[in-house]
Design a protein around this ligand. Sequence first.
Ligand SMILES: Nc1ncnc2c1ncn2[C@@H]1O[C@H](COP(=O)(O)OP(=O)(O)OP(=O)(O)O)[C@@H](O)[C@H]1O
Ligand SMILES: [Mg+2]
Length: 300
Amino acid sequence: MNSLDVAPLPDTTATADDRELVIRDLHVVPVADPSREILRGIDLTVRKGEVHAIMGPNGSGKTTLAYALMGHPAYEVTGGEVIWKGQDILALSPDKRARLGLFLAFQYPTAIPGLSVASFLRTALNARRRGLDVSDAEFDPSDPTRGGIGMREFRDLVRQKMALLRLDDSFASRYVNEGFSGGEKKRLEMLQMAVLQPEMAILDETDSGLDIDALRIVAEGVNAQLNDDLGVLVITHYQRLLDYIKPDVVHVLAQGRILTTGGRELALELERSGYAPILRAAGLEVAPDEAPSGDDTSVA
Ligand SMILES: Nc1ncnc2c1ncn2[C@@H]1O[C@H](COP(=O)(O)OP(=O)(O)OP(=O)(O)O)[C@@H](O)[C@H]1O
Ligand SMILES: [Mg+2]
């Protein structure tokens, strides 16, 4: 372990299931329109050390899945379970899910004026280090001997991770996402991931809005973090990101269901033929924009 890396996190609920996130028959509706089922029974298992990609047409439910996993209040889970570290996390607040090592990089990150990137990261890291036991009176966020992270150690950690993502030092003192370009927003999501060192990371459209150089930097940032104790679920439309972040498994999500699962070659196949053949094989209607277009306009 590199001396700048944070200390191992306390193991809150050691069980035999600790190495996998298991989603079973997950059904989700938006709170704003509960009559409309977006996810219609998702089954998916991601093990630590694996990279899974979820691909699928616009509006198929990819972001809804990411939000439901993190506990976004706009979505209601109407059926199924999500087991992580021996418990059904659907009963937990988003904050507790994050403390258990789950991480979501947003498709559309929001600005938090007045809160600097550094303060934000430090608060998040301390929460993560503290784990679920918030009643632990011994914990002191600024005292490394009492579970927290010292100012200097924190600064070194953030600097190291910013260098990895080729972010300028001044980035840390800017307000979270305030006036950030699309690429900077994505890089901040990756910086959070690098600092928090999650055990299961969901990356939603990490590629959108990135130019080709930034895409490479972000992908290198993710790749540098891959290890046996990190599972990754990458949500993307396009094969291009998967040229850089190589998935072990590729799933196709359409109309709220996983229609097919394969290896990397499935992503290449989608690039060639689009989603139409898979939708037709599943007996689903093919909308015009799901027919193959052959061109990749994802990367601005
Ligand atoms: N809060 C909400 N209220 C109402 N409808 C919603 C809500 N969130 C999502 N939906 C609908 O659910 C469907 C799936 O949306 P979602 O954002 O999950 O798709 P996606 O697969 O991420 O699409 P994209 O590839 O465009 O990012 C869409 O038709 C969307 O309009
Ligand atoms: Mg989406």
